[in-house]
Design a protein around this ligand. Structure first.
Ligand code: NDP
Length: 340
C-alpha cells in the first residue's frame, strides 16, 4: 500500500520535502466483526487547512483540527470505491466521498461520515471540489453567512480557487456585481472569461490594495468573501459600506505565520457597523443534500462551470499540496490516485 506520510512537523508553509511516499504491506481485509469499510482511493483533495494539521501542536495557536501523527498518512477529503464493507449502509462497488487517507487503500473505521455518490454523470473528481467540501463551503458561506441581495457589490479574494470560483458564480447568478482578486494574469483572465466576474485584478501587481479596491468599488463593498486575511482584509475594511457583511471563510496568508500580521483598520467594524462572521463548513454538513439539489442541476444546465488542476499519482501529492500555498494551482487542486 503506497502512502504519503508526514516526516516532521512543519514550521512554515508546507514544502515538497515535508512529505514522503513509502510502501507498506497490508491485508486487504476487514477485521472480523468490524463495521469498517475498505476502500480504494481514487481522488484526493488538496486543501489549505491541511497545513494547520502539519504544524507542531502549540497551546495558543488557533486551530479547529488536530495535528497529524508523524509517520502516518495525511488524512483529508477524497473520493473512493468500496472494496469490502462491514457496514450495512455500504457494499462492494459503491462510490463514496469523505474523510480518507493519502494512500492507495484505506480502512475507514467511521464510515457513517462518508457520503455515498449517487450521481456519476459528472466527473467523479468533482466530489473533492464543487460537489464536495469546498462546494458546500462556497454555498453556505455565500448564501447563508452573506445573505446576499440582488445588485450587491461583492468582492472575493483567492477568487480562482476551489471555493472562490464558485462564490463568484453564485453571486453572478444572484445578479450581484462581482470582483475577484487572484495572483496571476492567467487566473485573472479565467475569472473574467470563464467564471463571469465583472472585474478582476492581480493583487500581486497592485502597489496599494486600498486604491485598487476604490477603483472597482467607488461606492464601497456590500459583501466581502474573505479567503486570505492579512493586508487584503485591512484594505477591504477601509472600503466596506455601512452595514456591510464579511464572511470569514479562510485566511490562507496567515495559517503558517508564527506571528500573524496585525490588522489595523478594525475600527471600521464599529464605525461602519460591519457584520463579520467566521464559519467552519463542518458545522453545516446537514445542508449537503439541499446543496446537491441546488448545484447539480446548475452544472448539468451549464449555468456553473468548474476548473480543476489535476496532479497525477501519489508521488505528485506533496508538490501539489505545497503548490496551493505558492498559488501554483489553477482551480481546485486534485491528486489522482487511480481513475477506477
Ligand atoms: P485554493 O484552491 O484557492 O488554493 C489556495 C489559493 O490561495 C492559492 O491558489 C493562491 O491563489 C491563494 N494564496 C495562497 N497563499 C496566499 C497568500 N499568502 N495571500 C493571498 N493568497 C494566497 O483554496 P480553497 O479555495 O480550497 O480555499 C480558499 C480559502 O477557503 C482558504 O483560506 C481555505 O482555508 C478556506 N476554506 C475554509 C473552509 C471553512 O470551512 N471555513 C472550508 C474550505 C476552505 P493566488 O494565486 O490567487 O494567490
Amino acid at each position: 500500500n503506497k502512502q504519503v506520510v508526514l516526516k516532521d512537523y512543519v514550521p512554515g508553509f508546507p514544502k515538497e520535502s515535508d512529505l514522503e511516499v513509502r510502501t507498506i504491506t497490508i491485508r486487504l481485509k476487514i477485521p472480523e466483526g468490524s463495521k469498517a469499510v475498505l476502500v480504494k482511493n481514487l481522488y484526493l483533495s488538496c486543501d489549505p487547512y491541511l497545513s494547520m494539521r502539519m504544524q507542531k501542536p502549540e497551546p495558543d495557536r488557533p486551530s479547529f483540527v488536530e495535528p497529524y501523527k508523524l509517520g502516518s498518512p495525511i488524512i483529508g477529503f477524497g473520493v473512493a470505491k468500496v472494496l469490502d464493507s462491514g457496514h450495512p449502509n455500504f457494499k462492494k462497488g459503491d462510490l463514496v466521498w469523505g474523510t480518507t487517507e493519502w494512500e492507495e487503500y484505506s480502512l475507514i473505521t467511521s464510515p457513517e461520515d462518508l457520503f455515498k455518490i449517487e450521481h456519476t454523470d459528472v466527473p467523479l473528481s468533482y466530489y473533492t471540489g464543487i460537489l464536495g467540501m469546498p462546494g458546500l463551503t462556497a454555498y453556505v458561506g455565500f448564501h447563508h453567512i452573506c445573505s446576499p441581495r440582488k445588485g450587491d457589490r461583492v468582492f472575493v479574494s483567492a477568487a480562482s480557487g476551489a471555493v472562490g470560483q464558485l462564490v463568484g458564480q453564485f453571486a453572478k447568478l444572484m445578479d450581484c456585481y462581482v470582483v475577484g482578486s487572484a495572483g496571476s494574469k492567467e487566473k485573472v483572465d479565467l475569472l473574467l472569461t470563464k467564471f463571469g466576474f465583472d472585474e478582476a485584478f492581480n493583487y500581486k501587481e497592485e502597489q496599494d490594495l486600498n486604491m485598487a479596491l476604490k477603483r472597482y468599488f467607488p461606492e464601497g463593498i456590500d459583501i466581502y468573501f474573505e479567503n486570505v486575511g492579512g493586508k487584503m482584509l485591512d484594505s477591504v475594511l477601509l472600503n466596506m459600506r455601512i452595514h456591510g457583511q464579511i464572511s470569514v471563510c479562510g485566511m490562507i496568508s496567515q495559517y503558517a505565520l508564527e506571528q500573524p500580521e496585525g490588522v489595523h483598520n478594525l475600527l471600521c467594524i464599529l464605525v461602519k457597523r460591519i457584520h463579520m462572521e467566521g464559519f467552519i463548513v463542518l458545522d453545516h454538513f446537514d445542508q449537503y443534500p439541499k446543496f446537491l439539489d441546488t448545484v447539480l442541476p446548475l452544472i448539468r444546465e451549464g449555468k456553473i462551470t468548474y476548473v480543476e488542476d489535476i496532479a497525477e499519482g501519489l508521488e505528485s501529492a506533496s508538490a501539489a499540496l505545497s503548490g496551493i500555498f505558492a498559488g501554483r494551482n489553477i482551480g481546485k487542486q486534485v491528486v489522482v490516485v487511480s481513475r477506477e
